[in-house]
Structure formats: structure tokens, C-alpha cells
Design a protein around this ligand. Sequence first.
Ligand SMILES: O=C(O)C1=N[C@H](C(=O)O)C[C@H](O)C1
Length: 292
Amino acid sequence: MLTGLHVPLVTPFTETGEVAVETIDKLARHVLDQGAAGLVALGTTGEVAALTPAERARVIEVCVRVCAEREVPLTVGISGNDTRSTAVALKELPAGVSAALVTVPYFLRPSERGVVAHFEALAEETPVPLVIYHIPYRTGQAVSAATLRHLGGHPMIAGVKYAAGGIDQDAVDLLGDLPEGFEVLGGDDLFISPLLALGAAGGILASAHLATDRFAELVAAWRAGDVARGRALGHQLARLSAALFAEPNPTVIKGVLHAQGLIPTPDVRLPLLPASPEAISQADVVAVHPGQ
Ligand SMILES: O=C(O)C1=N[C@H](C(=O)O)C[C@H](O)C1
């Protein structure tokens, strides 16, 4: 389940500010047609914090339908920094969800022992396998390779979305000795190629809304041991990711998707502000002419 390219969908908005439900359906089918192995709903890229509970439910509903039809996994993002309410959110996931992407408790900085206790408690109650979202520059909480390896031994903890802001020693340690049945998915778009070279099974990559087929090929090339292809594509796609992350995610991605006619507006919800026209046109150029 946790291999290949998974696209964390943006949440497009209509001219009047509602969630553009039909566009989510189209976008989901588009990235799957282009080679994505699965979808992620309600990630950071989906502006989950700015959606109402009813909007979140609607987004999940559309994604469940498309993923069921295509027989691909759907992972749903769950963020929270309190164990009890996170467990409730997991139990409320509807049928058809394959896994939950659960953020390391943020802001509180509970200690690594607290992180272990949190995930072990969730793993005992969750109806679907968990993917730990390790992103210390957003959560403020360090998690070592040893801790991830320990958690990865639990049968309900299927993997980690690894986004440490680069290739750090823990990434090298972890990928050198993975627990059975536990996978690493890259979550830092710019560093996906080196992480795949180290043995990551795939990635959850917002950049892959664009050039989805090339991102899927990047994952396949590294997994097949095609170093020359993996390296060449990796350099090309890193330029695209850099352009798409020139301003806060997902503002530039939405700007480019809108410019390409794939979503009705480039709108984001506060506190995000729309990307600048310069950032959008620069990323659009790189997306269309990847070699330049
Ligand atoms: O929503 C996600 O999942 C992702 N979010 C990251 C971010 O916004 O920093 C980027 C990554 O591509 C996936």
C-alpha cells in the first residue's frame, strides 16, 4: 500500500469561495491517470486547517469514491496534538479510507517518550494503519530514527512521511535498518530523489500535481535501480519543486493549476495569501519546460 507516488490534493475553491467538489473529482482522476499510486486527502496542501468539518467530510467522500473506483489507496490527514481527540478523529473515519497520516503532536513538544506513548495509544485504537507525519520544522518535536524504528514495529504503524527539511543522519540510519512492513515515504519535495536513492518506497508530494507522470517515473526509476534515469529526473524535478515552493504551499501550485485551467480559481484561505504573479509564471514555465 505504501509505495509509489501519492498526491496530497489541493482543495480548490469556486468563485464564491465554496469547496469546488467536482473539480476535486476531476483532479483526483487526472493525477491517477498520470501515474499516481494513491491520493492523500486533507494534508497541509489541502488547507485542512481552513476547512469546516462539513467541508472536510465532503472532500473525503469524493476521494473515497474515486479511490474505490480506481482501486488505489486513500490516505487521510489527521492533525491534532492531543491523543484523545486524535483517537476520536481516527474512529470517525468513514469506510473506504486505507490509512491515516497522523502528525507528530505539534507545538506542545511532549518529548520523544510522549510521542511514543501517543502513537502507541493511537495504534491500539485506530481502525486503519497509521502513517506518522514527521515534520520537525513544523511540529517543533524531534523524533529520532530509533524512535521511528521502535514505533514501526507496531503492526498498525505502516510507515512514516519523512520531512525533516533535508537528508539528515536519522534518515540515513532509519533507511539503513527498517522494521519489517514499515515504509518511508518522502515528504520534502526538494529532497525526494536522494531519499529514494537511500531506499524510500515513494513519496507524498504536493509538487506532483504538476508533472505527475515524471514524478511517478522518478519513483519507479529509483525503485528499479535505474540510477542514471533517477538522477536526471531528480535534478529536473527538484527545479520544479523549488519553483512551486517559492512561496507558502499550496499557493503557487494553485496558481499554476489555475493558469493551466485545472481548477476554477487560484484562491486560498487566510492566513495564506495568493502567490505572486511572478512566482506563478516562473513555476508554470518550469513545469512546461522542465529541462530549463
Ligand atoms: O500536504 C502534504 O501532504 C504535503 N505538504 C507539504 C507542505 O505543505 O509542506 C509538502 C509535501 O509535498 C506534502
